[in-house]
Design a protein around this ligand. Sequence first.
Ligand code: FAD
Length: 448
Amino acid sequence: ATSILWLRRDLRLHDLPALTVAAGVGTVLPVFVLDEKLLAESSVRTVCLLRALRAAQESYDGRIVIRSGSPEEVLPELAREVGATTIHVSAESQPYGRIRDQRVRNALGDDVELVGTSSPYAVDPGTLLNQSLTPFQVFTPFCKAWNAHGWPSPATLPRGLEFAHGVDSLEVPEPQDLDVDLPEVGEEAATQRWADFLDVIDAYDTDRDKPGIDGTSQLSMHLKYGTVHPRTLLADLDQRHPGHKRFATELAWREFYADVLWHNPESEWHDLKPGLQDIIYEDPDTDDDVAAQFAAWREGRTGFPFVDAGMRQLARTGWMHNRVRMVVASFLTKDLHIWWPHGARHFMELLRDGDPASNSHGWQWTAGTGTDASPYFRVFNPVTQGLRFDPDGRYVRQWIPELGHLAGKRAHEPWDQGDGYDHGYPERIVDHARERDVALERYGQAKN
Ligand code: FAD
């Protein structure tokens, strides 16, 4: 018998439990559906997706059948064509994927079953509940429960695995040529990146917050397209680096946000904390001055070096360091008073790791309207954050050539240097101390 393996955001051959289950049925027909909805979303992510698909096609010896159209039309037809009665997937937990999968189930009817095995997470979203049997809303207790729950060992490649052949397929489309520095995507590239990172993991605890150092794994893109599974990384950590809890804790953030989104699909675009849903914001869609400030933020021209360096790193590479993501998000929401979904949408357009759960909840954490356990009145100071986490100014100079002449930490405060603006760096667009007060007043009003 032939069963179908429908690949989505799990573009790898190894440690793929859905493949193991599919292989138990007989011959496996791997398929990828070029779903117009996903391909139209963002050019950076589409390029990464198509590159990941190309790499997967190689790992699968060219046996992935590529079809184009909506999955609810393509899959029933393909199942009929090859006589399959099961379609295997890694279960989807995010709003679009859940709705899509339900549409596919409806279209398949009773004759063909859509079977979900495992998910893109070590612990499937929706699994863990707190002691009062309600979903977790705060990270620390979630992380404790997540660690206590544990995860299965990585799946091994099924013995005698056989792929179906002779089924018509399209070629993987040529990814667009973008002017963005993107790294290699694919299972091999992910494995290599992980190996390189393990060489420096001892310094992760101290270096992970310094954006001027390449001290984090940069695996977010690989986790996004499933060219590596977190279970594989966790098993490797347990075996080879058992002392490194910090990295596992960062993976737990990804799992936490996926769990929050599973329980609150509306939080992809709406504030989780009900008390903070009526904060007054400025609207870049209706006010020209606000639109100009929003553009300055997007283009890295706010006049605050740490913020601008982050926004330029994002545009140039499709990635931004986590510390700086928090600072630029705080700047948009609390210095410019712009509602976070405007920023989150911009991130989704440019990020190579753009993920609805981590992005929208990362934004809400910073805005103070989501799962953050800290009081809403924390406002990041964009200058002191820069001085603290990029003390030698290396990160700022790397991304802002107009500040290249300012040595050391001087690059963070061009306004205090006689020659600070000699090379065309823009002046600050707001007074941070003043805007901080405005933000606190507005948050305070909404809370009351
Ligand atoms: P590492 O430090 O090497 O961490 C390892 C992995 O742990 C990451 O790849 C990621 O999967 C996970 N992780 C680490 N920190 C977080 C976190 N705070 N939240 C969720 N997962 C985390 N991450 C995304 O993957 N996609 C997004 O769209 C995204 N948007 C964000 C938006 C904002 C406003 C903020 C503050 C954070 C966002 N993050 C997002 C989280 C985090 O910034 C990135 O996961 C991290 O910078 C990726 O780099 P890395 O792989 O080198 O991280």
